[in-house]
Design a protein around this ligand. Sequence first.
Ligand code: CAA
Length: 259
Amino acid sequence: DNLLVSKHAVSEDSDNQVAMMQLNRPKALNALSDAVLDDVLHAAHVLDKDPTVRCLILTGSAKAFAAGADISEMKTKNFEDAYGTDMFGHWQELSRLQKPLLAAVSGFCLGGGCEVAMMCDMILCSKSAKFGQPEINLGIIAGGGGTQRLTRAIGKSKSMYMHLTGEFISAEEAYNSGLVAKVFPDDELMDETLKIAKTIASKGVLSVQAAKEAVNAAEELPLQEGLRLERRLFHSLFATKDQKEGMAAFLEKRPADFS
Ligand code: CAA
């Protein structure tokens, strides 16, 4: 009940699909309870292994992508519960999928919600989106990667400002800061996200996987290591049919038919 999953054909003449996961806990603004997160992780793993699925989307409702971890579930936890179970450590699995995962954000995208969006490979949002790390108002700090990923995404000063004041930023500011890739009018977000996902799904599977791996490595590796990884992945793609097809199609002035 907490998650609706749908699949969308990439085109009429193809078996390839885009899979959409929609958080569905409207009464709590999609607060990420343990049950919600378990459903997301389970669905994401299944879809990641499904050979017909080429790209995944994670979205929420018009009012909220997700308003954070579930405060009522955390309220009574003590240090032993939190540290002893490595609370939220397993959320990171979402950032380790092989297939691209797009976050489509409307409304509130706060705390753990913002952190989950940042675990996705890119964030697309509507004009109503609001991003924030308001954990400071609860006497805690971000625990799902916010201090690290937001700082890498928008720089230290803006990230520090958001973590220390708890204030939200608008879609426009998120776009100008590089947190999101595109901003759309609210009623166009889902159609535009599907279009982007279908575009990605029409490319070669292995080149998409390699591009995702290389770009994500830029967040973790020193420059020389990242450049070397990129080059090795680039070299390895010369072993694929898609490289032969992509280059032949360009020279023959026809669309590529990637396998
Ligand atoms: N956890 C549990 N319930 C939540 C929730 C959350 N994070 N956010 C909202 N809700 C619930 C509210 O309690 C309320 O429930 P009831 O109707 O039963 O009272 C319902 O959702 C609607 O919320 P509001 O009435 O507050 O709606 P609003 O429009 O007035 O305000 C809001 C919206 C500004 C998002 C406000 O709900 C809010 O500030 N939410 C909490 C945001 C937050 O602090 N997030 C960080 C959580 S900690 C975290 O995420 C840790 C981490 O790093 C992993």
